[in-house]
Design a protein around this ligand. Structure first.
Ligand SMILES: [Ca+2]
Length: 239
């Protein structure tokens, strides 16, 4: 069968070849989380307990660089069985250095809430390399340890080197240091649409911010399909 299945479907096959190239180039299919232990499930601790890590210590890929944090297994989590209080006994900072490609764009998302055992507002800064991505706050009022009110936040970030430091810093100042921002479900993946959009018409790779409430991290995908998704659908339909 000379030419195979593509012989009489040249246009569609060329589209599929392009799609395959895009997928291969962008890692669009099931891109792995570049963050280790983004769900704060390591180390696994006993239900109803906390485990504190101090500056200079590491846990499951994260390094504590200031203050301390608590791994918590007991309150409602955004994902899995554990999350962290970013202020263990003093305001904590954690980071990890992730492999990146200069010029490439990445999707960062995570869930934020607060240690619910003190009624104030929690603050947290997020850094991507030297860039302050966002300064977030979370009001604890109305939430409990079984109704944490997790909020997801997501950003499009461009790397400038082959390693980028992702850092979370508790900025809660008006408590005694034991009640900080809660953090869970940190996911960093290569942006699947950036190269496609560049290929078909250009895109300024800029930061974007979205946020949504609840425990379903996929909730953000219930909105209108992105331009890239619509283009991909057209390609796969042979149009
Ligand atoms: Ca978790």
């Amino acid at each position: 069968m000379p030419g195979g299945i593509c012989e009489n479907r040249r246009l569609r096959c060329s589209h599929l070849a392009l799609l395959g190239s895009i997928v291969a180039t962008t890692g669009w299919v099931q891109a792995a989380n570049l963050v280790s232990n983004g769900g704060m499930e390591v180390p696994a601790i006993a239900p109803g307990t906390i485990l504190t890590f101090y500056a200079g210590q590491t846990f499951g890929g994260w390094t504590v660089s200031a203050g301390s944090i608590d791994v918590v297994h007991g309150w409602q989590n955004a994902e899995g069985l554990q999350s962290i209080d970013l202020s263990g006994s003093s305001q904590g900072t954690i980071y990890q250095d992730v492999p990146t490609v200069a010029g490439r764009t990445y999707d960062l998302s995570f869930a934020m809430a607060s240690d619910p055992y003190w009624a104030g507002t929690r603050n947290m800064d997020v850094y991507w390399g030297d860039v302050l991505v966002d300064s977030l706050s979370f009001a604890t009022a109305g939430h409990t340890d079984q109704d944490m009110g997790w909020m997801y936040h997501s950003y499009m970030l461009t790397a400038t080197g082959n390693v980028t430091r992702l850092l979370f810093k508790d900025m809660t100042h008006d408590n005694d240091g034991y009640y900080g921002a809660a953090l869970d479900d940190v996911v960093l993946t290569p942006e699947p649409t950036t190269l496609l959009l560049l290929a078909v018409g250009g895109l300024a790779a800029t930061r974007r911010k979205r946020q949504w409430a609840g425990l379903d991290r996929n909730a953000r995908y219930t909105g209108r399909p992105s331009r890239a998704a619509r283009l991909l659908r057209g390609l796969t339909n042979g149009r």
